[in-house]
Design a protein around this ligand. Structure first.
Ligand code: SAM
Length: 209
């Protein structure tokens, strides 16, 4: 198993045995929230998870029936998920979930800008790094590592605008409950206890801009 060493601690990704982050029972509230945000009422919704990270959201969405293309820019994070993806094929249930996820090592803006009309997804999902909250306890190990190795200052607004040009139904941006929106132009907000999903229409449809 591939391991990333960070200040004497190790990060690895294991979809099959890491029940806390991957294959645990999905609480009904969480299921309803994400289903509403993504619009999972239609079968086989196609989703581009443009900031795939450790693939937790992609796996959740696949378990809820969506077809995912997951894009990750960081070499190190991508190496971790590619390794877990390969090992996940050996477990029957996990293999089925992964059969609805394709992973791409690319920059979200680049990936989206090259999409042809016939490849536009129903939904683009963006989960940018949250701004650091100085008041909370230290974030989970994964988040501490992300902050060290990932370009947190990426231009997510630019990615959002490109996503809105390359999507059929909506762009969904995950934000901290009280965080500022990435950009104006959102149409709805769906709020959970700690996070919020801002929903943007495809470019060209008028909203609060
Ligand atoms: C908060 S994490 C996403 C966590 C993910 N939703 C999950 O469930 O594991 C943000 C991720 O976006 C990636 N990222 C940042 N900028 C990116 C870009 N321009 N293109 C693709 N991925 C990007 C980072 O490397 C990081 O892994």
């Amino acid at each position: 198993m591939l391991q990333l060493k960070f200040e004497e601690r190790f990060l690895s990704v294991d979809f099959v045995n890491d029940k806390r982050n991957y294959l645990k029972l999905i609480p009904k509230g969480k299921q309803e929230l994400i289903a509403k945000a993504i619009g999972l009422n239609k079968a086989n919704q196609t989703v581009i998870d443009a900031t795939a990270g450790l693939l937790q959201d992609s796996i959740l969405l696949s378990r809820l029936g969506a077809q995912i293309r997951a894009v990750e820019k960081s070499d190190l994070i991508f190496a971790l998920i590619a390794d877990a993806y390969k090992r996940g094929q050996e477990d029957h249930a996990c293999k089925l979930i992964l059969s609805r996820i394709a992973i791409f090592h690319d920059d979200a803006y680049n990936f989206l800008s090259q999409l042809k009309l016939e490849d536009y997804p129903d939904v683009v999902y963006l989960d940018p790094m949250f701004p650091e909250n100085k008041k909370t306890a230290l974030p989970r190990l994964e988040m501490q590592i992300f902050r060290k190795i990932v370009d947190v200052g990426d231009d997510y607004e630019r990615i959002l605008q490109m996503a809105r040009k390359k999507v059929k139904s909506r762009v969904v941006v995950k934000r901290p409950l009280k965080g500022a929106p990435l950009s104006s132009g959102w149409q709805h907000q769906i709020k959970g206890n700690t996070v919020r999903f801002d929903i943007y229409p495809p470019m060209g449809i008028s909203a609060n801009e």
